[in-house]
Design a protein around this ligand. Structure first.
Ligand code: FAD
Length: 286
């Protein structure tokens, strides 16, 4: 599907790396760290999975070449792009090949978390690689999942860098909290544990309640703001992102690009009515 440019410019940094790089440069110029995400998921063909691995490796090299002092640019990937749904050993082999280069170039690789059918497998693959690449790979945990308390404890035990988010996938009540108040409460509890026990975890949210709770907790416990970061999505709360960087917090922006933008885009629309309003307004104007 061709990406209409007015939508592209808001949530997705274009369809190619060439269109995403100026976005990266601008965000870096504003003091924001960047995670590049080449969009795509759920690959069932080995050749396509290997091609995704090679694309990620090229991306790591590109980021290393464009390194900006003081900024932690990195990539964010989906294991389902690299063969997770085909065969876990095959996927692990691809992940290891990627991490070899990432470690060589000192670029961090974040493993996005997908639907709950992939949670255990993603964490298993993460742990299988973590021993050899402890400084260059980390998982995402979703506060909405009931299992996450256990997973947070495990990551604290390992000291692994985690991205904490609410969770973008619709999950049944049996395995996931549905009430936003409860999800927020869980999130804040996990944030406190991660800030104390892990190295450079990411607090991924646009939610002021959680952002303020994080700042207050770090203040209260004398936790150096340089030991964690806030994370937001490209196109959302742009002024807040810059203001937080000016206030001295590490702020990372997740920048997706590529032709396979549709699933990412629909997850954003499901999350917030403001995002739907933005699209409707843009459509009416066009
Ligand atoms: C960097 C990053 C990476 C992510 N990676 C993953 C992943 O790997 N797996 C996954 O499942 N999910 C991921 N997510 C998505 C995440 O799980 C949530 O679905 C998404 O962030 C929405 O939740 P929220 O906490 O940001 O705020 P919401 O629940 O959308 O909003 C809560 C409150 O925040 C404030 N707010 C939100 N947006 C705005 C705005 N635009 N302007 C003003 N106020 C606003 C409002 O007060 C709102 O009521 C990621 C999110 C981020 C930011």
């Amino acid at each position: 599907m061709k990406l209409p440019s007015f939508l592209a410019s808001r949530f997705v940094a274009g369809e190619t790396l060439e269109t995403a790089l100026p976005v990266l440069d601008q965000l870096n110029a504003d003091g924001l760290h960047v995670a590049l995400d080449k969009l795509g998921e759920h690959v069932h063909d080995r050749e396509v999975a290997n091609a995704a691995r090679d694309t990620y490796i090229d991306l790591v090299r590109t980021l290393a070449e464009r390194r900006t002092d003081g900024l932690r640019n990195r990539i964010s990937i989906k294991l389902s792009m690299m063969g997770q749904l085909i065969d876990e050993d095959f996927c692990l082999d691809n992940l290891r090949q990627l991490l070899e280069v990432a470690a060589e170039e000192d670029i961090f690789v974040r493993l996005d978390m997908e639907g709950s059918d992939l949670t255990q497998s993603t964490l298993d693959l993460f742990e299988a690689a973590y021993d050899d690449f402890p400084n260059h790979v980390g998982p995402v945990l979703q506060a909405m999942l009931r299992r996450t308390e256990r997973d947070v404890d495990r990551m604290c035990e390992l000291g692994a860098s985690v991205r904490l988010c609410k969770g973008a996938y619709a999950e049944p009540e049996a395995i996931a909290y549905q009430d936003m108040g409860q999800i927020r409460e869980r999130y804040i509890d996990y944030m406190e544990r991660l800030l104390q026990h892990t190295e450079y975890s990411g607090i991924a949210t646009h939610d002021d309640n959680i952002i303020e709770a994080t700042k207050a907790f770090a203040d209260r416990r004398d936790i150096d703001p340089d030991t964690f970061e806030f994370q937001m999505l490209y196109g959302l709360r742009r002024d807040t992102q810059r203001q937080m960087a000016r206030d001295g917090y590490n702020m990372m922006v997740y920048v997706p690009y590529g032709t396979e933008w549709f699933p990412y885009f629909t997850r954003r629309l499901r999350e917030k009515k403001e995002n739907i309003l933005f699209v409707l307004k843009a459509l009416l104007k066009s």
